[in-house]
Write a protein that binds this ligand. Sequence first.
Ligand code: ADP
Ligand code: MG
Length: 285
Amino acid sequence: MTDGVHLGSGKVRELYALEGDRLVLVASDRISTFDVVLPTGIPDKGRVLTGLAAFWFARTRSICPNHLLAVRPDGRSTECRRLDMLPIECVVRGYLAGSAVKDYRTTGQVCGHPLPAGLAESDRLPEPIFTPATKAQTGHDENITREQAAGIVGAERLAEIERLSLALYRFAADYALGRGIIIADTKFEFGLDGDQLVLGDEALTPDSSRFWPADQYAPGKAQPSFDKQFVRDFCEKTGWDKTPPGPELPPAVVAGTRARYVEAFERLTGIPFADYLADPSVVLR
Ligand SMILES: Nc1ncnc2c1ncn2[C@@H]1O[C@H](COP(=O)(O)OP(=O)(O)O)[C@@H](O)[C@H]1O
Ligand SMILES: [Mg+2]
C-alpha cells in the first residue's frame, strides 16, 4: 500500500512524496548484477534491505542524524525526511576491492590516497579511506578526487561528510566483524534538511556495501560476495555478455540467494527474520 505522489523509480526503489516534506522509499525485490537489473526478483530482498538499513539508522544516530522516520508494516517501505541530496556518493573502503584494485596496481594510490607497496587484492587497508564518486545516471559511478568533490559540495562540507562517513563505517565494520561479516566497503548518501546535514538513502546494506563472509576471508584474490555470489556464478556460467537483458534465474538460484540475504539480516541484527516480517519495528529497538 502506498499513498503519495510517485516521484520516480531508482534501480531498486520507488520514491513517493508525502505531505510535510516526507518521502516513502519502497524497496522492491529487484536484483542487479554487473549493473544490469535481472528479470527475476528475489522474494523479500527489499524487506531485508529496508530492515537492515533501519537497524543501522537506529544505532548510528549518535554519530550522525538520519532521515528515518518509520518503517511501515509491509517491511519494505521507509518513511523519511525529504532531503536535498548532495550529488556525490560517499564511499569508504576498508579493504582493497573493486575499482580500487586497478587504481592501486597502476598508481600505487586509490583516489589520491597513497597506500603501502605490496598490498594484495582484498587486503585490509592500514586505515579506512574516503573515496567519493559522482552519481552516474547509468552504469558505473565515477571516482573523483578530493579536489573535485570539494568543487561540488564545498571544502567544509566535504570535510564534514568525510569525517561522518569514516565514523559510520568504523562503527558498522567493527559491529559486523563481531558477527562474522566483513564490510569491505560501503557507500553513503547525505542530504540537507535546511542547514542540517543528514544521512539519507539506505545505509550499510548488501546493496550499498561489499559484505564478505569472515570465515572464508582469504586475501590475494576476489572474495565471494555474501549475497550475490549465487547469482554472479550462475550468470557467468550461462555465458551472458553482461549487457541487458540479463538472464532469468532458476528457482534454486533464487532460493539460495534469498537464503543468503536472510542470513545476512539475521547475523547482523541478531533478530529472526520471521520476527521482522511480523513486526518491522523490532529493528528499531
Ligand atoms: N531522504 C531522501 N530525500 C530525497 N531523496 C532521497 C532520500 N533518500 C534517498 N533518496 C534518493 O532516492 C533514490 C533511491 O532510489 P534507488 O533505487 O536507490 O536509486 P539509484 O538507482 O539511484 O540507486 C536515490 O536517487 C537517492 O538519492
Ligand atoms: Mg541506490
